[in-house]
Design a protein around this ligand. Sequence first.
Ligand code: CAA
Length: 283
Amino acid sequence: MEIKRIGVAGFGLMGGGIAQVAAQAGYQVNVLEASDVFIEKGYAALDANLAKSVHKGKMSQADADGLRNRVIGTTSVKDLSGCDVVIEAIIENLDIKRKLFAELDALCPPHTLFASNTSSLQIIEIATATKRADRFVGMHFFNPVPVMKLVEVISTIQSSPEAARIATELATAMGKTAIQAKDRAGFVVNLLLVPYLLDAIRAFESGLATREDIDTGMVLGCGHPMGPLTLLDMIGLDTIYSITGIMFDEFKDPKYAAPPLLKQMVKAGFYGRKSGKGFYDYR
Ligand code: CAA
């Protein structure tokens, strides 16, 4: 199957990054958002990323302009009807995702492959909103998408081997390394990462050490690029909170239960970098 046009649902942190790497790989990209305001925000983040790459001499102005012109924002689902692959990166809400894919299923030709970037929902729960569960997989990217090299390709019990192969080849064309995972909440990375991050919150909450020392411990002691509390602020505490809810529901294992401090911070609107305050203050 030749892929020319990619649809991305969501122009936020993850969707914007996916649109960028897809356009960088030469694909035409249609990005769907709920309103013009979100499209403008998405373009602003993309422009800032491209300007940084040009400034650092990593990309020519002509290449950046070409990439930018290949990304077309829209608020109409119909504009994704000509896409060969649609990657969804919208809010982690099963009903909203199912509704979107049911609409896309009615609009897109039979060959179009559907992928969800969900980080914790089971793919099969979303895929069954369509009549093409065999052409439905997970493609889980990592934040920041332009930098992180991994994509988890998730096959459900209904995904065809061809669907997983197309997703794997697409990830490779986007400059990523794909690993294959089964359709279980958290897949490979979040299954291991989420308990670690929650333990860091518990350590801080119990007064074991300062947030700076917890982070320095993991950066200098284990060679991590950033400490767990800094990473939580980057991922978004609201995002992690919703992931823990889904994983706890799935496994009923206390290691996935949200520590009270995480819940309190989310309820207070302390989402991390995106809201200006999380474990650290970014204002
Ligand atoms: N968008 C694009 N590029 C970015 C970026 C962003 N948001 N943030 C950093 N970069 C680029 C920088 O421009 C820089 O590029 P050059 O090397 O070309 O100059 C490069 O990344 C390194 O950045 P910095 O020098 O500013 O800082 P750093 O060395 O600390 O790296 C980092 C930043 C790449 C984010 C690094 O700290 C890191 O890898 N952190 C861990 C990230 C991680 O674990 N991500 C996974 C989160 S889990 C997830 O996403 C899944 C989920 O479901 C929750």
